[in-house]
Design a binder for this molecule. Sequence first.
Ligand code: GAL
Length: 372
Amino acid sequence: MTRSKHVSTFIVTLGLAAGLAACAPAGTTGDGGDGEAAECNVGISMPTRSLERWINDGEGLREKLEAKDCDVDLQYAEDRTDQQISQIQNQIAGGAQILVVAAIDGETLGPVLEEAKAQDVQVIAYDRLINGTEAVDYYATFDNYKVGQLQGEYLVDQLGLENGDGPYNLEPFAGSPDDNNAEFFFAGAWDVLLPYVEEGQLVVPSGNSPASNDEWTSIGILGWQSADAQSEMDNRLQSFYTGGERVDVVLSPNDSLALGIQASLDGAGYTPGTDWPLITGQDADVANVRAILADRQSMTVWKDTRELGTQVETMIDALVAGDEVEVNDTETYDNGIKVVPTYILDPVVVTKDEVQPTLVDSGFVTAGDVGL
Ligand code: GAL
């Protein structure tokens, strides 16, 4: 991971009041408020180190909490659900009073989190909703539907679809079928794009065109693996683009898939800048920001994970102090058992012209990271 960590302290206006109630020193509990006060002893469970953003998420949050004398245990489960479950069990046994969990598979953590609940541990779902259990107290994420909407709207705008332009050859991809976010990403994009498919302005030569949002998993890539996206794109190009047809646009839900798709296009003889499809992405990973600057990717949807970390830090401050936790959405995220109180942050589109002002000037990446 090359990105130098600029963990800037964001003063979240809304959370300022709560955020001033700093985490109580390790081993003590906050007082006041009428909620259950907790120690500032936090277990952070991240899905994997193989995708850059999760390294930034985990390390960034740990730095913020340790700066407030919280005891923090940070674990990465390398995309193995059994490992994530045992790591969480160890964190509970180790005295964690608060768990911050980015689930590998949102359907599998109910039992272990119910163990936590039985010991009055508070649980914050981090960026990915945890389903099928009462034992999730809060959720902090970005507007996942809007991530997809921004991708779809970008493509409509770039292709002039509202002016009736087309037809263009589109290859859509979706995220990991075990990731609750992936469904929202796809729905946001497909709600924008499907009408143009039905109009014939967008054509999907490979036939991988879900008839509805519910069929998104048919084009999902398990574990968000770049290599699997590359081989899927290889297969589509070799099977359905044999008579000189070219791909004009690819809907990629995130940057790791976009990288694999770019490699496939290289292999098929496409040339960036002259004969290269529009490609979407998400996360502003360093490799993909470089790709955007090299005309290999058209845009990414940036989610400032520092902001997410600050929001979770504010939630933890409130839990430790026994104060009310600030949320701004109590309707969207139904996990099958309850609607989880959520704090939703806004994602941002970044194209080539915005790399400097949005990503470099904010300190999210350095100019050196991205070759500027
Ligand atoms: C999603 C996350 C995205 C994307 C993906 C791969 O849950 O919201 O940022 O990168 O996982 O980790």
